[in-house]
Design a protein around this ligand. Structure first.
Ligand code: PGA
Length: 249
């Protein structure tokens, strides 16, 4: 069975609740499609108003982060139950900005991934290499390590429903998109790694996105690659251009 594309916006720390409603209202006619799953991952405080604004559309509202404990003395954190109670189905885990500025590691990513599955949330698991790692020729080794740790103790049935976002750090917010060949090469390596950990069927089922300066011009070629099942889009997800990215064909 062909994998359905999944195109997700990552709003990062942008948009107040009222701006979020405005943006959902602007984008909803532009992103209407049955061909791809469309997800807006928004700041926690925007989830409920965005969810209201997206009612009756094909837009799913997702979260940008989540903690790996159920509840308790973790000031400032958001629990899985808070997300599911608000109607959230997708959550970004381990974005490179979380790793860089908020000390997330492959180990905490794994804990969050396991917790997300426990609550029937679909994790969008981020991985990616730095420019130094790419220049040293260790990209694939690095990504394989990130994937192996992220999926520790995840069952095949769970893994088959996961989304992985390959986001080279040097391509995020820089306007420097990876070439189609670079993106396809790594997404293929991720699928092979999943095949080694689990089996062929799981590798075929899992959806792998590319992220890093995706725009309306680069999306069509990227998303037509055999191992790229859509994108995780930052800057361009806040603009009407996101409609063109979703309807890239
Ligand atoms: P960008 O961000 O599209 O602005 O490069 C992508 C991301 O960080 O998910």
């Amino acid at each position: 069975m062909a994998r359905k594309k999944i195109i997700a916006g990552n709003w990062k720390m942008n948009m107040t609740p009222s701006e979020a409603v405005e943006l959902v209202n602007t984008l909803k006619p532009l992103v209407a499609t049955d061909e791809a799953d469309v997800v807006f991952c928004v700041p926690a405080i925007d989830i409920i108003p965005a969810m209201e604004a997206a009612k009756g559309t094909n837009i799913e509202i997702g979260a940008e982060n989540m903690y790996f404990e159920e509840k308790g003395a973790f000031t400032g954190e958001i629990s899985p139950n808070m997300l599911t109670d608000a109607g959230v189905k997708y959550v970004i885990i381990g974005h490179s900005e979380r790793r860089e500025y908020f000390a997330e590691t492959d180990e905490t990513v794994n804990k969050k991934v396991l917790k997300a599955f426990e609550h029937n949330l679909t994790p969008i698991i981020c991985c990616g290499e730095s420019l130094t790692q790419r220049e040293q020729g260790i990209t694939i080794d690095w990504i394989r390590q990130q994937i192996k740790i992220a999926f520790l103790n995840v069952t095949a049935a769970q893994a088959a429903t996961a989304v992985v976002a390959y986001e080279p750090i040097w391509a995020i917010g820089t306007g420097k998109t990876a070439t189609t060949e670079q993106a396809q090469e790594v997404c293929k390596a991720i699928r092979e790694c999943i095949g080694e950990i689990y089996d062929e069927a799981t590798a075929e089922a899992i959806r792998i996105q590319y992220g890093g300066s995706v725009n309306a011009a680069t999306a069509p070629e990227l998303f037509s690659q055999p191992d790229i099942d859509g994108g995780l889009v930052g800057g361009a997800a806040l603009k009407p251009d996101f409609g063109k990215i979703v309807n890239y064909k």
